[in-house]
Design a protein around this ligand. Structure first.
Ligand code: G6P
Length: 371
């Protein structure tokens, strides 16, 4: 078993380290020199061109990967994108027709709520595209098109490398839609794809910067709760960080949009409460960055223990960070691919310090095949 884990204590540790490879393998073969190509494309470009609305449906971490992608897909395609929990979508009579694209994101390809959402969408004649890590599983079989994530088998119940691979695949779907619709020129699509090709190295670099995160995990392992804040693509990253902590460490954790702080969450802040803040690049998102900076000051003034995740070389955040975690500089829309990594490691380290099995958290299953 130790050999299977490649010398790591848990599969999850190994899977976290495999993330650069997962992103690289998911990108491979999806650009032919001029155009983005999807897998098992039973949906032609003509059909993609007439799409006028996108729903993303998923559960758990897969849902968070969809929230991340919404920012890029709307920006690139000018299509409205709604991201919805599969269990809610199915039962609220969503407005669908043949020009609606439903993107079903599922690592296992067999989550019951996602499968039912896909069936419901197809009955309404919507087109369905699956983003899936399991070849030939049920949901891809029932979909019109598929993009496979090539993360390899994930053993840890809490998703890590599949999550990064899903974000990557979702972005490929966004680029394929942009190219079909002509909302991006071919050279722009090629440049976005090239930027994605830089991400495996950025994730690998991030992994080398994680010792302070492990130390932090040991330091805050006794906390009652941890809050996570972010804006823009940092918001779904905050949600995913909180989910990881709940799943692995059984700790109360909440992710919030930092702009909502004054509408409730700030009342939770008390002396010593760890608050993790995902901060955008001051260079590429100066306005958002300044908003986050004032959020960090607000919570620090109320006694929070500030844990700031930000871009390397960002000197403005350092004075307000009790712990500073640096990330390599990457394009704004791609930051979740690096920013999620410290949150995974933080949750794993807290759980490990508390003596829990991080591969098999209590009460959870790797795939949920009942509604
Ligand atoms: C379970 C797993 C999660 C996963 C979710 C969705 O809750 O523990 O890690 O994100 O199911 O699974 P799927 O296979 O549809 O991505």
């Amino acid at each position: 078993a130790a050999a299977e884990k490649g010398g790591h204590e848990f599969f999850m540790d190994k899977e976290i380290q495999e993330q650069p490879q997962a992103v690289e393998d998911t990108l491979r073969g999806h650009f032919d020199g001029t155009r983005i190509v999807l897998d098992e494309q039973r949906l032609g470009e003509d059909e993609l061109r007439t799409i006028d609305k996108v729903f993303v449906v998923a559960c758990g971490s897969s849902y968070h990967s969809g929230l991340v992608a919404k920012y890029a897909i709307e920006h690139w395609t000018r299509l409205p994108v709604e991201v919805e929990l599969a269990s809610e979508f199915r039962y609220r009579d969503p407005v669908l027709d043949r020009d609606t694209l439903v993107v079903a994101i599922t690592q296992s390809g067999e989550t019951a709520d996602v499968l039912e959402a896909v069936r419901h969408a197809r009955r309404q004649r919507a087109r369905v595209l699956a983003v899936c890590n399991t070849n030939g599983s049920q949901i891809p079989r029932e979909s019109d098109a598929v993009v496979y994530t090539h993360a390899g088998p994930e053993v840890g119940v809490a998703s890590t490398k599949c999550f990064l691979a899903q974000i990557t695949a979702n972005l490929l779907v966004g680029l394929a839609l942009a190219q079909a619709r002509g909302t991006k020129y071919a050279d722009e699509v090629a440049r976005e794809y090239e930027a994605l090709l830089e991400m495996p190295a950025a994730v690998a670099e991030t992994l080398t910067l994680m010792d302070p995160v492990r130390q932090l995990g040991r330091d805050i392992a006794d906390s009652k709760a941890v809050l996570f804040l972010g804006r823009h693509v940092g918001f779904p990253v905050a949600l995913e960080g909180a989910l990881k902590l709940k799943e692995l460490a059984y700790m109360h954790a909440e992710g919030f949009a930092a702009g909502e702080l004054k509408h409730g969450p700030i009342a939770l802040v008390e002396d010593g409460l760890p608050v993790v803040v995902v901060t955008p690049s001051p260079k590429s998102q100066p306005l958002l960055h300044s908003k986050l900076l004032s959020n960090i000051r607000e919570i620090q003034a109320r006694g929070a223990r500030t844990i700031v995740i930000g871009e390397e070389g960002d000197e403005t955040i350092a004075p307000f960070a009790d712990t500073l975690i640096e990330l390599p500089r990457v394009p704004a829309l791609l930051q979740p691919l690096v920013a999620t990594v410290p949150l995974q490691i933080l949750a794993a380290e807290i759980a490990r310090t508390r003596g829990y099995d991080i591969d098999k958290p209590r009460n959870l299953a790797k795939s949920v095949t009942v509604e």
